[in-house]
Ligand binder design. Structure first.
Ligand SMILES: [Zn+2]
Length: 192
């Protein structure tokens, strides 16, 4: 029966600042845009322990992997969702859907300077994105052929160590899709 083939629609998430930890990467100056400060205040007021600003120098993929290790995989068990934001984002009310949209990973749209950045319907970028804890815990368990943990984020490089077109977020998204998770995009955020 055709009616039996209906795809189950994913449910929106109820945003709870007590169960959602936001991690802002703030290198080099540990400063946020005024928009970001307001947005964090508006959503996490009274839950400042769930707002982490991390001023860590390094390649994006390495820093993002380290942030997941420190602030997500070791987070108290009641934390169910993680929001990742970069220091140069300008979130506003139009960005709010990233907090509640259905999906295991939800990317908020923003200008990246690359006209093809959002071309694939399954790509998100970590300038502003929400990730369910189960995604990170599941991917952290996966091993490569030599039984080593796979990186969560990774810039694919060629033999000359030159970065290939795919960014570290696309690698993350591909791993999540392969593990059966749902990736969606919702909301819009400014970015300078
Ligand atoms: Zn990206």
């Amino acid at each position: 029966m055709l009616s039996d083939l209906r795809i189950k629609q994913p449910e929106p998430v109820v945003f709870d600042p007590g169960k959602t930890r936001v991690i802002v990467l703030t290198w080099p100056d540990n400063a946020l845009t005024a928009h970001a400060t307001q947005w964090l205040w508006r959503h996490w007021k009274g839950h400042s322990t769930n707002v982490i600003c991390w001023c860590q120098k390094g390649f994006y993929d390495v820093v993002r992997c380290a942030a997941v290790d420190q602030f997500c995989l070791k987070a108290p068990k009641h934390i169910e969702q993680f929001v990742f934001m970069d220091r140069d984002m300008w979130p506003e009310p139009a960005s709010d859907p990233v907090l509640t949209a259905p999906g295991d990973i939800v990317g908020c749209f923003y200008e990246t300077g690359n006209p093809k950045a959002w071309a694939s319907p399954t790509v998100i970028h970590l300038g502003l994105a929400r990730v369910s804890r189960v995604v990170l815990e599941t991917l952290a368990e996966e091993r490569d052929e030599q039984n080593r943990p796979k990186p969560m984020f990774f810039f694919p490089r060629d033999v000359t160590n030159t970065k290939l077109g795919m960014c570290e977020c696309a690698y993350f998204a591909q791993r999540a899709i392969a593990a059966g998770f749902l990736i969606t995009r919702s909301g819009w955020c400014g970015h300078k």
